[in-house]
Design a protein around this ligand. Structure first.
Ligand code: VAH
Length: 317
């Protein structure tokens, strides 16, 4: 049966890039993008788009039957900083959207699921450097708790019902094409915009807050690679650690100064500092590299070149 894809949350930070790449990979006619509202013109206008509420089981089921969907990428979620401001809704959205998709797969209506986890599943008691795939996980954010729970349910639905759900613990993701979306790592997106527009930036994380990060192109590549990997290669059914680089606000500032020598950076840590302090500084992703051939293409230096090239070409031209 040909791959027919439904993306739920297609207008989000990952969803917009993922939709573009999936349409290019599988053909526009084989990718149904969906979101709660028409939030991104390219996603809505460059292919098939449907308005769907990720919390409405019947709406999702109807789309799956209408388009003979085989694969679902569930990208709808509230990220860490936003979730702290609205814990009840964050839990509802992050968990019940997952249950809907898992149960549709259990009922035989979906063949394969991608569900994003995050390094936010780790907490202040987790070893911070080169954090292993299996370790202490005591997340202290609503977002991290929901992602840790989601991983357990993914593993349970695979073991008990044979649901082919695959997952990645994304680090902080950096993209030129979408505005920062309520994440604790999103200072690393906004800093590039402000380097161009204002020549200065105030970081809401402190100078030495080292966090695992990744360029969006690498994250999209990993997402499609794990979904295309032979089933027998996916040995971890909770979620795979994934890494590319780690840096501090000071280090990204220094990289930006290679392009904008007069750029200035200062620091005013806010409530997000406590979230960042609870996360690892770096991640061991050996399992992803061994099981399904993961390899990152971008580091801080070439990502910064790409970010400024694309921002100046597409946004600040
Ligand atoms: C956030 N960008 O900051 C997300 C990510 C590891 C962080 O999950 O909430």
């Amino acid at each position: 049966m040909d791959t027919k894809i439904l993306i739920i949350g297609a207008c989000g930070q990952i969803g917009t890039e993922l939709t573009k790449t999936l349409r290019a990979t599988y053909g526009v006619e084989n990718v149904i993008a969906s979101d709660i509202r028409k939030l991104n013109n390219d996603v809505v206008n460059d292919g098939i788009f449907e308005v769907v509420n990720a919390l409405d089981y019947n709406q999702i089921e109807h789309l799956i039957e209408q388009y003979n969907i085989t694969d679902v990428y569930l990208m709808a979620a509230l990220l860490s900083a936003t979730a702290e401001k609205n814990p009840a809704f964050a839990w509802d959205l992050n968990m019940n959207s997952l249950f809907h998709v898992l149960n549709l797969a259990k009922a035989g209506k979906i063949q394969k699921i991608f569900w994003p986890s995050s390094i936010a599943v780790f907490g202040p008691t987790t070893p911070r450097h080169n954090t292993p795939q299996y370790t202490i996980m005591e997340p202290t954010t609503v977002y991290g708790i929901s992602k840790q729970c989601g991983e357990r349910w993914c593993e349970y639905y695979y073991a008990q019902y044979g649901v082919d759900v695959r997952s990645i613990r994304y680090p902080g993701l950096i993209s030129w094409s979408t505005e920062a979306g309520g994440g604790t790592t999103d200072y690393a997106v906004d800093i590039y915009h402000k380097a161009i527009t204002e020549g200065t930036f105030t970081s809401f994380l402190g100078k030495n807050s080292e966090l695992p990060m990744m360029y969006m192109d690498d994250a999209i590549k990993a997402t499609i690679e794990i979904m295309q990997a032979p089933k027998e290669n996916i040995k971890i059914r909770s979620s795979y650690n994934l890494a590319a680089m780690s840096f501090t606000p000071k280090q990204i500032g220094e990289e930006i100064k290679k392009h904008y020598p007069n750029f200035t950076l200062d620091y005013e840590p806010d409530f997000r500092q406590k979230i960042a302090d609870s996360w690892p500084a770096s991640i061991d992703d050996t399992s992803a590299r061994e099981d399904w051939g993961w390899k990152n293409d971008y580091d801080l230096e070439n990502m910064t070149v790409e970010m400024f090239k694309n921002l100046k070409k597409h946004i600040y031209n």
